[in-house]
Design a protein around this ligand. Structure first.
Ligand code: AHR
Length: 312
């Protein structure tokens, strides 16, 4: 069934110059904006025409964009799915039109696995685990109350980053997750939710903040500073993405750790699509990107400067 669907997608066509539709979530974070920039650059390098539809965080807009790409008869579709569920009908439409879909940076429910060609993502459970393990090692056996800023509700990466972090801290009775709420991956909401955590817990009762992305952490750092607290010193921080601003915060002693997520998801996706269209090569179902931990010990200003060429 799966092999049949994939062969139908391939269609045996030679793809001299491909046109690809990209349904992007929006621009909620610095990482997301960089992913869009990198996608344009990588398309240009390969002579691919890319049409980008910004969904402004709404799944309904993504569904409309995919339908429009299908109607235009594009050669392939890149989809960064805002949430994990609700894709079956529209992805079946793409499959019926023999247009391969590649997921970027987020997954859909496992039941939809035969509806896309491959997924270029990190192991987001592992990202949470790396963040949690860093915290357990840094805290040792001291008591530590942690607050968590979750990503968008229903997004695979939010579910998985929570899962991995929870698993890492579970064996450590001294570390307690006392508050957890969504900040929707944005700076503004990260700040707002952190302000409410500080109010509810009393700032000095909080030992660490875990944020599912750096943008929310940058907002949370601001909230802590405005409350007279010292993030990075009195309150530990660990987040995900490795955007330039978190390295600036590390250099200022206001952030402690981040787990890197590459914004170059499109490069491997375009390579897989080209090989598939031109040679019928079926890629692995998961093209995994690396998850690397950075701490304040990693010369943050050097990393900050090197990130400038990566689309930020
Ligand atoms: O899906 C990847 C996540 O989406 C990034 O960590 C976050 O910054 C973005 O909004």
């Amino acid at each position: 069934m799966l092999a049949g669907a994939l062969l139908a997608w391939a269609g045996g066509a030679q793809a001299a110059s491909l046109t690809v539709g990209f349904s992007q979530i929006g621009s909620e974070s610095g990482w997301r904006a960089a992913e869009t920039t990198v996608t344009k650059d990588e398309a240009k390098k390969r002579g691919i025409t890319v049409k980008i539809a910004d969904a402004q965080q709404k799944q309904e807009n993504q569904i409309k964009a995919i339908r429009s790409f299908v109607a235009q008869g594009v050669d392939g579709i890149l989809l960064a799915p805002v949430v994990a569920t609700g894709w079956d009908s529209v992805l079946k439409e793409a499959r019926d039109a023999k247009i391969p879909v590649i997921l970027l940076d987020r997954d859909i429910d496992p039941a939809g696995k035969d509806l896309y060609l491959t997924a270029v993502t990190s192991d987001s459970v592992e990202e949470g685990r790396v963040a949690g393990t860093w915290l357990t090692k840094t805290v040792g056996d001291k008591p530590c109350n942690v607050v968590e800023l979750q990503g968008t509700v229903g997004a695979s990466v939010a579910t998985n980053r929570k899962k991995g972090f929870d698993a890492a801290i579970a064996p450590h009775a001294n570390i307690k997750l006392v508050r957890s709420q969504t900040g929707d991956f944005t700076r503004a909401k990260g700040k707002e939710v952190m302000e409410s955590f500080i109010k509810a817990e009393g700032g000095r009762a909080i030992c660490a903040v875990y944020a599912h992305n750096d943008d929310m952490m940058v907002g949370a750092i601001q909230a802590m500073k405005e409350a007279g607290l010292k993030p990075g010193k009195e309150i530990l921080t660990v987040s995900i993405d490795a955007v330039p601003d978190i390295f600036k915060a590390m250099a200022a002693g206001e952030a402690n750790a981040t787990v890197e997520l590459t914004p170059d998801m499109a490069g491997p996706a375009f390579d897989a699509l080209k090989a598939y269209k031109e040679k019928g090569t079926v890629p692995p179902k998961w093209i995994q990107t690396e998850s690397k931990l950075y701490t304040a010990a990693d010369d943050p200003m050097k990393v900050y400067n090197s990130k400038k060429n990566l689309g930020y």
